[in-house]
Design a protein around this ligand. Structure first.
Ligand code: HEC
Length: 243
């Protein structure tokens, strides 16, 4: 069966301008990939309160923390406990959250505690102006149970990523198909990343319901990175270094 002459095209034999174009594309793609890893670190590594990006960060980000609200975590063993010198106040707030955080009790008992101990920082004039604790509505923001990534946010990130990464995989795959490795290996390297991409964003969605899917995310993410690495390095090697 004819393959339209594709098998006679080799990267080494392409005109110089094509080699340069492919080279610049692959190098820029590689740099973009590294920057995306840096971005991932900035966005998620402090999720669990410890430096370093781990499964615990991803669980916190995508599954959430169902046992606690942000306010309770901060005043009960967290970094804000020090500002509640009276332990009775801490229990008053924790009980209020536990009992459903209603507004009447907020106005009568919780608000005065926050006024005295917290709003000097947590108000528009304080150092934590971005997290005011002056009104019921403000405080409810940190009393919600953290259920991980909302589906709407997932959809916003996933649709652009799946489409744009698919396009990049298509282009890198088209270049990789011109290398001189075996057809079987080529077939694997150009198809696996697509399955991986779908599995990665699929597991990110499912992780909201079952935290252990972050391990699938990490695994598929690693395989995707590895495949992209092979699709970048091998063509560069064949164009510029090989004999
Ligand atoms: C001296 C200033 C200061 C005071 C007083 C203070 N905080 Fe904070 N608060 C901060 C800073 C800075 C952060 C961000 C760093 C951190 O989370 O430890 C923060 C973070 C928080 C957060 C997490 C906000 C978020 O968006 O994740 C909560 C909740 C919180 N504080 C509650 C309180 C409560 C309740 C009090 C009073 C008992 C209080 N804080 C008193 C400075 C303050």
């Amino acid at each position: 069966m004819s393959d339209l002459g594709f098998s006679s095209i080799r990267l080494q034999n392409l005109p110089l301008v094509y080699k340069l174009l492919i080279t610049m594309f692959l190098i820029t793609l590689g740099i973009g990939y590294i920057v995306s890893i840096v971005n991932l670190n900035f966005q998620y590594s402090m999720m669990d309160g410890q430096p370093g990006l781990t499964a615990a960060d991803l669980k916190r980000a995508f599954y959430g923390d169902r046992t606690n609200t942000r306010l309770a975590a901060k005043i009960n063993g967290g970094s804000m406990e020090q500002y509640l010198p009276n332990p009775a106040h801490k229990n008053t707030i924790l009980n209020w959250i536990q009992d459903g955080a209603n507004q009447d009790q907020f106005e009568s008992t919780i608000k005065p505690i926050l006024q005295r101990n917290c709003v000097r920082c947590h108000s528009s004039e304080g150092i934590m102006a971005q997290r005011p604790l002056t009104s019921y509505i403000d405080v409810m923001e940190v009393v919600k149970i953290d259920r991980g990534e909302p589906p709407a946010l997932w959809a916003r990130v996933a649709h652009t990523h799946i489409q744009s990464i698919a396009l990049l995989l298509f282009l890198t795959g088209a270049v990789f198909a011109l290398t001189s490795v075996s057809n079987k290996f080529k077939a694997l390297v150009v198809t696996i990343p697509f399955f991986d991409l779908l599995a990665d964003f699929g597991s990110r969605f499912v992780a909201k319901y079952s935290a252990d899917f972050v391990y699938v995310m990490m695994g598929t993410g690693a395989i995707l990175g590895l495949s992209v690495g092979v699709m970048i390095v091998l063509p560069l090697y064949e164009m510029w270094i090989k004999k």
